[in-house]
Design a protein around this ligand. Structure first.
Ligand code: NIG
Ligand code: FE
Length: 421
């Protein structure tokens, strides 16, 4: 079969090994690295990859050959945890943070997530659509081709729905594929301050069935944290969501360890996220239940904290790890997954291969897309990030600079020489 396009002369291709499940523990150090490689694309899918000159049988009269001498290719990066759709911004809280006021104290005073809730409630669909579209463009030029997007800045049906509809519309309109997560349980709304159980019940009885009926989200998530939702409330919500057919993820052990990890293990959530305060016992449970550990070092960095998720212990316990931005207006305002990958190396001492596996094959499984993205296996989507880098180590070492020059999404050349097309 002839290729439509063959991208040739890559100095390296990073090619994760797809075992039909996420890579766990020691497996995360494994990958195929092809020198002088090529990638052949047919109908938006991977047809073949290899080293050296592409075989003649791939080349027809209309096959386009594009030269990428000196560059590195990896599967399109997958950002598997973002709070993507929101109104306003929170640079006003930055000075408070610099003066040592904590994230949870800002939230207690009605700031933090609650101030973004106010801004999101008053933003129209169009405003949210255009703002999110711009953010996605920024992510795309950094090599990201798939993004998980959580709601949770509405805390009432009207606004949660608007956020989910923006996500649904943009997944059609924007080259980036979006995976939608319903997260109304992101903070306790003002009127339920003294009765969070009632808010959980409202989500279960009213909102979840509507999300399902209108097919607005695939996953359900909850912020299990001191001052937000308890482990019991989280368990109740996620149990109901699971019964309705939602896949599960959970914000657990972000600041305090209050049992979110047990909920993740008992309900077999696909992923437990943040995990800065994860304990040895929690790690053992997640490992046994095959819960993916999604670590977000940009949040530690942005919260000016010094606790990074104990990722080495997770790997020693045989867990699968993903890395993501947590992109949101409060605890991690960024569109640059490459910087987060670098923090994975600089501050968590992961290796470049572990980091690339985390944001490709493992991230694909964490959003239930392992069959179609995350590696260069034949028939998967031709989602490709191309770096101005000679090898897989370089983009982790040369930090805080966008090294992605070109991006292909479903075989389409959507970023060309650093410009979005
Ligand atoms: O993942 N943990 C809860 N939510 C976000 C923060 C969102 C915000 O501060 O607006 C997080 O850190
Ligand atoms: Fe988050």
């Amino acid at each position: 079969m002839f290729a439509d396009k063959i991208l040739v002369n890559f100095s390296q291709i990073f090619s994760p090994i797809d075992k039909g499940r996420p890579l766990r523990g020691k497996e995360m150090a494994e990958a195929v690295i092809l020198e002088n490689g090529y990638i052949a694309i047919k109908d938006g899918k991977i047809l073949a990859i290899g080293s050296g000159e592409p075989e003649d049988q791939l080349k027809g009269d209309s096959t386009v050959i594009i030269d990428y001498s000196g560059k590195l290719a990896s599967p399109g990066l997958i950002d598997c945890h973002t709070h993507l759709v929101y109104g306003g911004s929170r640079e006003g809280e930055f000075a408070k943070k610099l003066n040592g006021v904590s994230y949870l104290d800002i939230l207690k005073e009605g700031g933090g997530i609650l101030s973004t809730v106010k801004a999101t409630r008053s933003a129209s669909f169009e405003t949210l659509y255009h703002k999110t579209n711009r953010l996605l463009d920024k992510m795309l030029i950094h090599g990201v081709t798939t993004v998980e997007a959580k709601s949770g800045y509405g805390l009432n049906w009207e606004t949660e729905k608007r956020q989910l509809e923006v996500t649904k519309t943009l997944t059609k309109d924007h080259p980036i594929d979006l995976i939608s997560t319903f997260m109304a349980a992101h903070a306790i709304p003002e009127q339920y301050k003294n009765n969070p159980d009632e808010f959980i019940q409202l989500i279960i009885d009213d909102m979840l069935p509507m999300v399902k009926a209108e097919n607005l989200a695939e996953f359900c998530d909850v912020f299990c944290e001191t001052g937000v939702f308890t482990a019991d409330q989280s368990r109740k919500l996620l149990t109901a969501a699971k019964e309705m057919g939602f896949k599960l993820r959970i914000h657990a052990d972000e600041i305090d360890s209050i049992g979110g990890v047990d909920v993740a293990a008992d309900l077999h959530a696909l992923s437990a996220e943040h995990l800065m305060a994860a304990t040895d016992e929690g790690i053992r449970k997640m490992s046994e239940a095959h819960v993916i550990g999604n670590v977000l070092p940009g949040t530690t960095f942005s919260l000016m904290a010094d606790t990074y998720a104990p990722v080495k212990k997770m790997l020693e316990a045989g867990m699968a790890i993903t890395l993501s931005t947590d992109s949101n207006p409060g605890s991690c305002p960024t569109a640059n997954l490459q910087f987060i990958m670098q923090l994975g190396c600089f501050n968590m001492k992961l290796t470049p291969v572990q980091v690339f596996n985390a944001v490709t094959i493992n991230a694909a499984y964490s959003v239930a897309r392992g069959q179609s993205i995350g590696s260069f296996d034949q028939g998967k989507q031709a989602d490709i990030a191309i770096f101005d880098a000679p090898n897989v180590d370089y983009p982790l070492y040369f930090f805080a600079t966008n090294l992605v020059t070109d991006v292909y999404k479903n075989g389409e050349h959507v970023v060309k020489n650093e410009v979005r097309h």
